[in-house]
Design a protein around this ligand. Structure first.
Ligand code: OSB
Ligand code: MG
Length: 368
């Protein structure tokens, strides 16, 4: 495949509700959307960075400057026979894994389309439907949390995850657990606690949570390992995992017993698959997280989730939960708690050009 041109857009996507986490309230996403062109085909991917460095350090403005000014000009005009060859061209660069993932994932879409196969088959997946759960933001009251959990259970979602923060943890967890004694329940702190909060986190041990996601700092594996020794509930790492090297260190230290894998955070599908293979070897279960993506990012997540070790429900809930108008024509909708895997070549989704034009705020084309 010879890369001819890249189109980089920034979309402004209003979310259907205010999504509150421990790091703030999200009302819209600014989505970098990349199209790579080669051999008459188009590959798509979206970036999971935010406009502010809240979840991790990478940002939309930083990624745009790096991609447009430096990385894309170095890649266009070149030929790559495989995703492995493409990844080698990006391998010398440190960090910036969200920006690198954007290019790597668009290349995988191109590659699978070139082979005429759905991406999940090219990646080596083993299932055609993905068990999924929902991620519920911080609500104004425990009752509001229970009501949202009730809607999610009624829609068939197989797991409910509650966003928590210091001072808003045991109360919503107890309320939802009392209302639904049998559901798979988890919490996500997005790094809001420290070891000084051990007692508050130990209090959650009473509620049979499947895991506590990212309780401590995004870059601190040692403290997570110490906390895990103090808890019965498994710790799941999200923000802390940016590579297979991080994953090996985390699992060796005992900093996590579950991993949330986001392909857009770790540099792309190849690194994601390495992490998958490592967790399988460690006997540690995986699930596929989400970053409130549009249909393009969701489709990539769904294809990745077909790999064997994604045994816990992922965060790839229905597109209609977040968007009134998604940028793809296909509706990525959950049925009975299962997200079907798109069957067309590549990621198997088609852009809705009318919606796309309406939400595009910036657009540049980089040519070879
Ligand atoms: O920590 O998993 C997270 C959304 C934005 C940033 C971080 C996270 C999340 C979610 C939403 O929990 C998951 C989703 O539905 O995409
Ligand atoms: Mg998380």
């Amino acid at each position: 495949l010879t890369l001819e041109a890249a189109e980089l857009r920034v979309l402004d996507m209003p979310i259907r509700f205010a999504f509150e986490t421990s790091f703030g309230v999200m009302r819209r996403r600014y989505v970098p959307l990349l199209t790579l062109r080669a051999n008459g085909l188009e590959g798509y991917a979206e970036g999971v960075m935010d406009h502010l460095p809240l979840y991790r350090e990478e940002t939309v403005p930083g990624a745009l400057a790096l991609l447009e000014g430096q990385l894309l000009p170095r890649l266009l005009g070149r030929s790559f026979a495989t995703p492995e060859a493409f990844a080698l061209a990006l391998a010398p660069y440190r960090g910036n894994r969200m920006a690198r993932a954007l290019m790597e994932m668009a290349f995988w879409d191109l590659w699978a389309k070139h082979l005429g196969l759905p991406l999940w088959r090219v990646l080596g997946g083993v299932r055609t439907g993905i068990p999924v759960g929902v991620s519920l933001g911080i609500q104004a009251s425990a009752q509001a949390t229970v009501d949202l959990a009730a809607d999610s259970v009624a829609q068939g979602y197989g797991r409910v995850k509650l966003k928590i923060k210091p001072g808003w943890d045991e109360e919503p967890v107890r309320a939802v657990r009392e209302a639904f004694p049998g559901i798979q329940l988890t919490v996500d702190a997005n790094s809001a606690y420290t070891l000084a909060d051990t007692a508050a986190l130990q209090a959650l041990d009473a509620y049979g949570l499947k895991y506590i996601e990212q309780p401590l700092a995004f870059d601190d594996l040692v403290d997570h390992a110490e906390l895990q020794r103090r808890l019965r509930t498994p710790i799941c790492l999200d923000e802390s995992i940016t590579s297979v090297a991080d994953t090996r260190k985390a699992l060796t230290l005992g900093a996590a017993r579950v991993i949330n894998l986001k392909v857009g955070r770790v540099g792309g599908h190849l690194e994601a698959r390495r992490i998958h293979d490592l967790t399988l070897a460690f006997g540690v279960p995986l699930w596929c997280g989400g970053m409130v993506e549009t249909g393009v990012g969701r489709a990539h997540n769904i294809h990745l989730s077909t790999l064997e070790n994604f045994t816990l429900p992922g965060d790839t809930s229905s597109a209609s939960r977040y968007w009134d108008h998604d940028i793809i024509q296909e509706g990525l909708e959950v049925e009975g708690g299962v997200m079907p895997v798109p069957e067309g070549p590549g990621i198997g989704v088609t852009l809705d050009r009318e919606v796309l034009e309406r939400v595009t705020r910036q657009q540049t084309t980089v040519r070879a």
